[in-house]
Ligand binder design. Sequence first.
Ligand code: ZN
Length: 263
Amino acid sequence: MNRAKKVVASVSTLLTRRTFYPSPTFRCDPLPTVSANSESHWSHESLQPSPSAQELRFSRRRFCSGSSDKRITVCWNCGFSSEKAAFLFCDSCRSIQPIDDSIDYFQIFGLERKYELDGGSLEGKYKDWQKKLHPDLVHNKSQKERDYAADQSAKVTEAYRTLTKRLSRAMYIMKLNGKHVNEEETITDPTLLMEIMELRESIAEANDSKELDQIRSQVQEKLKQWSDSFVEAFESHRFDEAVKCIQRMTYYERACEEIVKKL
Ligand SMILES: [Zn+2]
């Protein structure tokens, strides 16, 4: 196989995530020290989930006032209304409320909607949430409320996972801005194609964990560089450029996954 064909074949394989990277669980960003707990329950003080769209149609009402975000949520159980963002519990009857799909992942953690996050603040808020969990919180509740609690728990876990990783956070914030990113789009830049191939070769040829760790450090540095480029492009509303940054971040993220798989 000549070199050009080899590059194409190599990249094609690299970009076929499901076959080349069977496990989607590895990450390049630092692993969170808290575990995602699908059995967890919400704290009404630290998190602010609210009703699902379906539920809203039947049991809660929201009202927008002009250009502000002010809205009123109404408890499905007792009808208590509040202008505050919806919490887990109704402040009046303490019944568990359904999630609100209009609440984005940043709002769940009370964070400003921006790409650059203070990692400690996200993790801290997630830990706070976990600390306030109580196993008896929903134990004696109705099936309906237990279901709501499970939905909310799943959402906060997904929110945490999404915001923790640079790549998924970048894609998510683009989505919030109405920009869809096709991470599977074929890369045509010959320089990048060559870099991809060479990196893959070096990973394949690495003989020990020390060597792989060195490569991973280099890849993480690249990931950071493209992450910084993404911030610049995104904040300047140069979304086409931001998409290109995400595609490169995708590539480096996958390279990290490949290294972790081999370690
Ligand atoms: Zn209520």
